[in-house]
Design a protein around this ligand. Structure first.
Ligand code: NI
Length: 153
């Protein structure tokens, strides 16, 4: 496993629509392993493959309730809306208020290629939507109603 470089806003890969994974192969599982390690090292709650320069529809999320790895994730149900603060490892130092669906159901494949269906709300629902946005080439700063720079003392 290795920690990968995280691409920053301005990198064209972050503006590119990512391609679906045709088959869950060993290289895809290695990508997942590296993405998890990179997310943990950066102390993030989610990471999408384009953020490590790979334009594939792969995300990892861990908001503190356990790791979720999804290949070809899709939002299949949405309900309500909620505005809260978000940040992104590709936009370090910035935070913004973003409106998202309050509850979502997401489908996708796990690392064994089995279909998963995950109903979520709160921070997990937000993280899922944020990571799926990355697969469409969308950054939270494009959705944010306001953007603040973190002041370092
Ligand atoms: Ni992000």
């Amino acid at each position: 496993m290795s920690v990968l470089d995280i691409r920053r806003a301005g990198d064209p890969v972050l503006k590119t629509k990512a391609q679906p994974v045709a088959k869950v192969t060993k290289p895809v599982r290695q990508l997942l392993d590296n993405m998890v390690q990179t997310m943990r090292e950066a102390d993030g709650v989610g990471l999408a493959a384009p953020q490590v320069g790979v334009s594939l529809r792969v995300i990892v999320v861990d908001v503190g309730d356990g790791l979720i790895e999804l290949i070809n994730p899709e939002l299949i149900e949405t309900e309500g809306c909620e505005t809260s603060t978000e940040g992104c490892l590709s936009v370090p130092g910035y935070y913004g208020e973003v409106e998202r669906f309050a509850q979502v159901t997401v489908t996708g494949l796990d690392r064994k290629g089995n279909l998963q269906k995950i109903a979520c709300d709160g921070l997990l629902a937000r993280a899922m939507q944020h990571e799926i946005d990355h697969l469409e080439g969308v950054l939270f700063i494009e959705r944010a109603q306001s953007l603040h720079k973190e002041i370092k003392e």
